[in-house]
Design a binder for this molecule. Sequence first.
Ligand SMILES: [Zn+2]
Length: 58
Amino acid sequence: MNRCEDRHEPKYKITYKPAKGQNYCPEWLVCEHCYDKRHFGSDDITQSVETLFSKNTA
Ligand SMILES: [Zn+2]
């Protein structure tokens, strides 16, 4: 599984559409900040986005 940055706390798991002619869907763990900046979230390349629930939430 790929991550936006090792030191970021992932909040979303994004599954991308497979590359043309392939079945593999890349999965990325992305934090809220990176997701908001749309580095990882263009609608035309994402297949699904799941929200992760942090264990640390008070
Ligand atoms: Zn991040």
